[in-house]
Every structure is written in structure tokens, then in C-alpha cells.
Design a protein around this ligand. Sequence first.
Ligand code: GRF
Length: 202
Amino acid sequence: CRVVVLISGNGSNLQAILDGCDDNLNAEVVGVISNKPDAYGLIRAHHSEVDTSCVIAHKGESREEYDARLSIAIEKYQPDLIVLAGFMRILSDNFVSKYLGKMINIHPSLLPKYTGLNTHQRAIDAQDTEHGASVHFVIPELDAGPVILQAKVPVYPEDDAETLAERVHEQEHAIYPLVVKWFSLGRLSMNRNQAFLDGEVI
Ligand code: GRF
């Protein structure tokens, strides 16, 4: 399974997937694409001898134009799976439709709770006792695709957004490589907005 990972920043999830692929003969990260030239994840990719590309947004460029260039960069790698790992751009409907069932994302909340940004602070503000992360298939609607796997963490009274984020991140690094593995083994699919594992609705 040829995997392309899209990033914008630190790339700790990319790192977990690179490490996971070392033990997973079925998946190989063949390319890492960033929209930010200074993303630390690009350095991680270089350390693992994975090819990288940057697709930087041009001034005045429409979302569709950007996504068309992004798609060209992706296609060069002929991927079977596209992994969004902290890729901080909203993707156009056309782009998402092209990769339906082949593109996954990790979101730092227990979806459907807290789509969008600042999820950790929002969980604290709501006095939630539980928070977490979700891996889901990407559909045109933001953070709304069918969930594949979630990890829960407790929220403690003394938590701030940073301590909570750290606890969630740790779980992200456990569940994302596992989902990549499931996909690479052909165990995962999406049909009519539902995710399937081994043919059963998740
Ligand atoms: C993660 O919290 C992920 O849930 C969100 O963006 C963050 C990326 O972190 N989508 P990293 O770049 O993988 O460290």
C-alpha cells in the first residue's frame, strides 16, 4: 500500500506512521507533502529517506486552483491511501470526491463533538470528563466523515489545553498507525458514508 502523508507542521503523527510502517510490510510512506516549507515534518521525512514536496498556496489563488496543484503533486506518488496528519487546509469538494474512501484524517476530539479548531479548550470549557481523538474517512463536509477508530482520554480538573493536548497526542500516535495498517491489509473500506472493517459496519 503506497501511502502519501499531507502535513503542515510538527508531524508527530507522521512520525508515528513512519515508525509503524517499519514494522508493517504492507504499507510504505512514498511521499510527504506540506503546504508550509518550514514544517518540521519535512525534516522527519528526510530522516526516514522519504521523498517530500511542498505545495505552497499562491496569493489570490482559489481553493480549487490550489487543490488541483495539490492533486498533481499527490498523483506523482501513485498512492493507494492519502493520510492527512495535521494538514491545516480545508479541501474543496471536488478534491475530496476524487479520493473518497482513500483519504483519512485524524481529528483531536471524540467526533461528532468539536469539529473545527481549539478542541481541547472547548472540551475543558464544557467540563467534559472525557476527550480524545478520532480517525475518520474524509468526506466533503469538514470533520464529518465516518469514524474508523477513536481513543478516549480522561480530562482532569487541573488540565489546561496544553496538558490535555499532550495526553490526546499520545493516543493519536497509537491509533493512526493502526488504522493505516488496517487499510493496507485491505480490511477497511467506505461505502455510502459508512466505514467498514472486515466487511462489518464500524
Ligand atoms: C493533531 O492534533 C491532529 O489531531 C490534528 O493536527 C495535529 C497534528 O499534530 N489534525 P502533528 O503535526 O501530527 O504533531
